[in-house]
Design a protein around this ligand. Structure first.
Ligand code: NDP
Length: 255
């Protein structure tokens, strides 16, 4: 096997992708499958489209419906995955939402919903998978979806709940990395800049136009441009990388 193929190979690995039915999750699921992993898509409305794309390329995948904020559903889903696939080696903890609203007009329910899905949901998933990895002696990789919004405050839209949730994800990641290092489990986060997906497609065009001069590359990223960073974190190539936040933002946060 070629050197690069060997260190980035995910052959015989099982990966869960939450929110893998569309957007970034769908593209990352394809990337993980191309590197050899069996991929399980977990979201509330399912991910058959992603599964079909992976199967068409000769990969292995299936979907299960679960809400990541519901601990019972997550535990039941994990039980099914262990019965079907035997184990989980990789979690791409990606499901998330964003609400653009200034703080004085946002409701407490909106705040709670964003924190519940983006932060508590990732905590519930990471905890369930971490427990499984520790019990089974799997030296796995957990990749939490953060955002550049966890390090900077986006303008001109206001989204305090989103920014706070993603800052929480970055520090949750470091906390779990330290806690589980003795078990050989690596926990890292990914912080993309603006990426063109259904989430960002809902954004009004005038707002997108306001972002362009703020982006050093003057364009949004594509989900495909996130695949290499995820493959790195998921694979043996990142054997000495844990507690890191990998920023892939076209330079947004450096100016
Ligand atoms: P999308 O809105 O396209 O996809 C979000 C996915 O999350 C959907 O598949 C959705 O499926 C799933 N999801 C939402 N809530 C839940 C839940 N409670 N339980 C299970 N699944 C859920 O978003 P993106 O692909 O754009 O974003 C993916 C992640 O990347 C998010 O965490 C986002 O914050 C982050 N990100 C996105 C950026 C961007 O510019 N797009 C930039 C930086 C970070 P369903 O509704 O069926 O459950």
């Amino acid at each position: 096997m070629m050197y690069l193929e060997e260190i980035f190979s995910l052959r015989n690995r099982t990966a869960i992708v939450t929110g893998g039915g569309r957007g970034i999750g769908q593209v990352i699921a394809l990337g993980l499958a191309r590197a050899g992993a069996e991929v399980i898509i977990v979201s509330r409305s399912g991910g058959q489209e992603t599964v079909d794309l992976i199967l068409k390329e000769g990969g292995k995948a299936y979907e299960l419906c679960a809400d990541v904020t519901n601990e019972k559903e997550v535990d039941k889903t994990l039980k099914t995955i262990i019965e079907r696939s035997g184990k989980v080696d990789i979690l791409f903890n990606n499901a998330g939402i964003c609400i653009h609203k200034d703080t004085l007009n946002a409701t407490i329910e909106e705040w709670r919903n964003v924190i519940d899905i983006n932060l508590t949901g990732e905590y519930i998933m990471a905890r369930a998978i971490g427990r499984h990895m520790i019990e089974a002696g799997i030296k796995g990789s957990i990749i939490n979806m953060a955002s550049m919004s966890g390090s900077i405050v986006n303008i001109p839209q206001w989204q305090a709940s989103y920014n706070a949730s993603k800052a929480g994800v970055i520090h949750l990641t470091k906390s779990l990395a330290a806690e589980w290092v003795e078990h050989g489990i690596r926990v890292n986060s990914l912080s993309p800049g603006y990426i063109a997906t259904p989430m960002s497609a809902d954004v009004p065009e005038d707002l997108k136009a306001a972002w362009t001069p703020l982006m050093p590359m003057h364009r949004m990223g594509t989900p495909e441009e996130l695949i290499p960073a995820v493959l790195y974190l998921a694979s043996p190539a990142a054997g000495y990388t844990t507690g890191a936040d990998i920023i892939v933002d076209g330079g947004y946060t450096c100016i």
